[in-house]
Design a protein around this ligand. Sequence first.
Ligand code: NAG
Ligand code: NAG
Ligand code: NAG
Ligand code: NAG
Ligand code: NAG
Ligand code: NAG
Length: 448
Amino acid sequence: MASLSPPSFITFFFFFSAFLFHSSHQTLYSPITKDNFTNLYTLLIYLKTPPQPSKLHLDLGNYLPWYDCVRHYKKSSSYKPVYSNSSLCTDIAPGLYTSCIYPQGPGCFNDSCGFFPENPVSRKSATGSLLIDKFALPITTKPGPGPVSELVFACTDNTSYAKMYRGLAKGSAGLAAMGRFKYSLPAQVSRAFSSPQVFAVCLPGSSVAPGVALFNSPGPYYFSPGIDISKSLTYTRLILGPTGADTEIYHEYKSPDYNLELTSFRVNKRVVHLNQTLLSIDENGKGGTKLSTSTPYTLLQTSIYNALVDAFVKESAVLNLTTTIPVEPFSIEPFSVCFAADKVRSTRLGPFVPTIDLVLGNNNNNKVVWRIYGSNSMVRIQNFGFDGWCLGFLDGGLNPSTSIVIGGHQLEDNLLQFDLERQRLGFSSSLLFYSTTCANLGFSATKN
Ligand SMILES: *[C@@H]1O[C@H](CO)[C@@H](O)[C@H](O)[C@H]1NC(C)=O
Ligand SMILES: *[C@@H]1O[C@H](CO)[C@@H](O)[C@H](O)[C@H]1NC(C)=O
Ligand SMILES: *[C@@H]1O[C@H](CO)[C@@H](O)[C@H](O)[C@H]1NC(C)=O
Ligand SMILES: *[C@@H]1O[C@H](CO)[C@@H](O)[C@H](O)[C@H]1NC(C)=O
Ligand SMILES: *[C@@H]1O[C@H](CO)[C@@H](O)[C@H](O)[C@H]1NC(C)=O
Ligand SMILES: *[C@@H]1O[C@H](CO)[C@@H](O)[C@H](O)[C@H]1NC(C)=O
């Protein structure tokens, strides 16, 4: 298609009609559910013909969606394999092909294009092959499948089932890969509707009510009671890592991760000095800061963790909060800093504790601040006799591949806008500040 070169008035016509079409109704919606067993998240899509709802583990740092084609592919009249001689295969995974000794079907076609799906929790990968099927998401005004397009994804096969699904959010039939790759889920959705690559993620704060992902939408984002949160976003630069830091296989591919330029923390507005070497990404993709919805709590390299905890304990003492530990045999693992719940005042932004600021760079080389309040920094632990609020940041070890991995708990009830046109992340900080939550951005959330 791209090689055709029509007369310019036809070009103009197509461009103009596309513009009208998309500015009117192409925002697509998907509910995000929190699984309270793993504290991780699933996203709902419609796949196959007739369209069937499928829950996929939500991951912000993976290349290509993948799906359990062996146990979950009984009925679809529209799937087709991607053959290794196709241009699509050359574009996604050149040089890989698979064959299969079992009866041919989804996940098992001779001469089909190969890929290595990867579990973002365990970092285990396996062989798989590519498949295309019909795909839909609801439009924002109406539940159920909206306009139908196609999705290319990798099938996990027979042999890899256990290792590929262990650790994912419960009920996941595959992976919603939301990373920076031309065939990630948001990239495919934007291409199918010729829309700008801008999507938003709002993780729910509990398993009771879902949050939302919005595709093809720079805003507005209307939350009840009638506030447009797109007007309250602060923007930070997205940095492209040289290689997939944590990935075992895609050494030649650029990193799919959303890396941020974090330069320091502040606790109650006091700067916590950190080792700057650890905060930048080196030529091998090591170090730096990224977002992850496949880790429930933020992981910090040991020296960063110690610096943050020291500052937090010190500033808490100013508020007359002293740390407590439960009497044996009860445990607060994996947390180490907790306050007795009855000593902590509660506010609409969660327990009243020192604020933690992420100090970030923006596209104009200025600093911007992402403030984290008690609802995102603290975790309530009620464990037999113990009732406390614990600091929800964990020690990620002395030598992790990424120094700071910002996890799900710190992102909940924050609106995140991923703008790949401008290579920036818009963040709202806590929506509780605006007396709303991610569960209040529903089907009527965007005006058409
Ligand atoms: C590609 O491979 C498939 C399956 O082996 C075959 O049916 C098809 O004819 C091939 N197409 C081309 C263009 O070679
Ligand atoms: C697929 O390839 C395998 C291994 O090369 C072969 O044993 C099998 O017969 C082939 N199946 C079909 C349907 O061509
Ligand atoms: C999976 O493996 C079983 C035998 O272990 C086989 O009967 C079945 O056809 C295989 N299915 C696929 C899709 O490979
Ligand atoms: C987990 O969520 C389910 C469904 O919302 C609920 O029934 C259950 O009580 C929750 N479990 C815990 C431990 O919160
Ligand atoms: C900072 O981190 C780097 C990389 O781990 C390390 O080599 C260096 O010694 C650290 N600097 C200080 C002052 O601790
Ligand atoms: C902390 O406790 C001291 C002594 O009881 C009191 O004077 C001070 O006002 C308290 N500070 C706060 C922030 O509550």
